[in-house]
Design a protein around this ligand. Structure first.
Ligand SMILES: Nc1ncnc2c1ncn2[C@@H]1O[C@H](COP(=O)(O)OP(=O)(O)O)[C@@H](O)[C@H]1O
Ligand SMILES: [Mg+2]
Length: 357
C-alpha cells in the first residue's frame, strides 16, 4: 500500500528541516554581510512559520534560537560600523521578540475561538439529542400510561367476584390499541432516520479521510499527536453519504486522540484499503490505552462511555451509519499497544475511478 504523506504540500517531517535550512541561510547571510544590513530581521519569517506548526513552548524555543543566532552573527561579523551593527542587532532582537509575542497571542486567541466553536457544536448536539428524547418520551408516555391503567382495570374486572369478562375484554382491546399506537410511533421514528440516511453519491473514501484530517489536524498538532495516513490509491469509488462517512471517521479519530493524549507515544494512523472481495476497509489505529479496561461488546452501545465527560454516542452513531450503508464496524487491540477501529463499506455498485459522475 503506497504511503501518502500527511499534508503533501508541506510534510510535517519536512517542516523542521525547512526551518533549520532557512535559519542557516539567514545566519550565513547575516554573518558575511556587513553590520549595516539587518538580515537578522528575516528571522521573524521563521517565527511566523513555526507558529503555524508548533506548540507554544517550541515556538518560544525557536525564537530564542533565532535571537542567539542574531547575537552570534553580530559577534562573527567583521565588516562595517560596529555602532550600526549594535543598533541593527537590537532592532532584530526586538523584531523577533515582538513578532513571537504577537503571533503567539493571535494563535491563542484563534485556539480559544475554535475551542468555543467545538464546545458550541457539542452543546448543540447534546441539546438536540435531549430535546429529541424528551419529545419521544412524551409521545410514548401517553399510550404507555394508558396501557398500565387498562392493564390494572383488566386485572380488577377479572378478580371481581363474579368476574366480568366483557369489561375485561374491552380493557384488553384498549391495551392492544395503545400498544399499536406506541409501535406506530417507533416505526415513524425509524422511518425518519432511514430517510435522513439517503444522500448517497459516488465518493472516494480517501477524499473523505483527507477532508476529515483537515478538521482534526489542528487538534493533533495541539496535542502533539503524530497523525499519519496510509491511503490505498487503487480503491474504487463507492456510493455513500459523504457527510455521514466523514462523521464516522471523525468520531473514530477523536476517540483515538482521546486515547493517546496523556500517554507518551501519541501515534494515530488512518488507513484505507481493500477488505474481502467487494469491500473497502477504513481503519483508525492508535497507540493509546487500548481496550483492556473496556467492555468490548458494549463500546458500540449508546451511552456506553468510560470518560468523565463522555456522551457514549460516538461509536453508537458510527455503527448505525456504517450498518445503514451495509457495512460493519469493529475494534481490535493494536500491536504493540493501543486499539484499532475498522469499518467496512460494500463496493457492490462500484464505479471505476475517472469514469465521471
Ligand atoms: N481508540 C480507543 N481506545 C480505547 N478505548 C476506546 C477507543 N475508542 C472508544 N473507546 C471506548 O469506547 C467508549 C465509547 O466511545 P464513544 O461511543 O465514542 O463515546 P465517548 O467517546 O463519548 O466515550 C469510550 O468511552 C472508550 O471507553
Ligand atoms: Mg467518542
Amino acid at each position: 500500500m503506497p504511503r501518502t504523506p500527511f499534508l503533501p504540500h508541506l510534510g510535517a517531517r519536512v517542516m523542521p528541516v525547512l526551518l533549520v535550512v532557512l535559519a542557516a541561510v539567514i545566519f550565513v547571510l547575516d554573518t558575511i554581510t556587513n553590520f549595516e544590513i539587518a538580515v537578522a530581521v528575516l528571522y521573524v519569517a521563521i517565527v511566523l512559520i513555526a507558529v503555524q506548526h508548533l506548540g507554544r513552548r517550541r515556538v518560544v524555543m525557536v525564537a530564542a534560537g533565532c535571537m542567539a543566532l542574531t547575537v552570534l552573527s553580530f559577534a562573527l561579523t567583521r565588516t562595517g560600523s560596529v555602532t550600526s551593527g549594535l543598533i541593527n542587532c537590537a532592532i532584530s532582537l526586538v523584531a523577533i521578540g515582538v513578532t513571537t509575542y504577537l503571533a503567539l497571542r493571535a494563535a491563542a486567541a484563534e485556539a480559544a475561538a475554535r475551542e468555543a466553536q467545538t464546545q458550541l457544536a457539542h452543546i448543540t448536539r447534546v441539546t438536540m439529542l435531549g430535546e429529541l428524547m424528551a419529545s419521544i418520551a412524551h409521545e410514548l408516555n401517553q399510550p404507555l400510561t394508558a396501557i398500565v391503567l387498562n392493564g390494572n382495570a383488566t386485572l380488577r374486572w377479572l378478580a371481581a367476584r363474579p368476574a366480568n369478562p366483557d369489561e375485561a375484554g374491552k380493557a384488553a382491546q384498549r391495551i392492544v390499541r395503545d400498544a399499536e399506537r406506541a409501535t406506530d410511533l417507533i416505526k415513524r421514528l425509524r422511518g425518519l432516520t432511514r430517510r435522513a440516511a439517503n444522500k448517497a453519491i459516488w465518493l472516494d473514501v480517501n477524499q473523505v479521510v483527507a477532508d476529515t484530517l483537515t478538521l482534526v489536524q489542528h487538534e493533533a498538532v495541539r496535542n502533539n499527536i503524530a497523525l499519519r495516513t496510509e491511503l490505498d490509491d487503487d480503491l474504487p469509488l463507492l456510493q455513500a453519504d459523504p457527510v455521514q462517512i466523514q462523521q464516522v471517521v471523525l468520531n473514530l479519530a477523536l476517540n483515538a486522540f482521546e486515547a493517546v493524549v496523556g500517554g507518551k507515544e501519541r501515534d494515530v494512523t488512518l488507513t484505507t484499503g481493500p477488505g474481502k472481495p467487494g469491500e473497502i476497509i477504513v481503519a483508525v489505529s492508535d497507540s493509546g490505552r487500548g481496550l483492556d479496561s473496556v467492555q468490548p461488546d458494549r463500546i458500540f452501545d449508546a451511552f456506553y462511555t468510560t470518560k468523565p465527560e463522555g456522551l457514549g454516542m460516538g461509536l453508537a452513531i458510527s455503527r448505525s451509519i456504517v450498518e445503514s450503508h451495509g457495512g460493519r464496524i469493529w475494534a481490535e487491540p493494536a500491536m504493540p499497544r493501543g486499539a484499532s477501529f475498522f469499518f467496512s463499506l460494500p463496493t457492490g455498485r462500484t464505479k471505476a475511478r475517472g469514469s465521471g459522475q
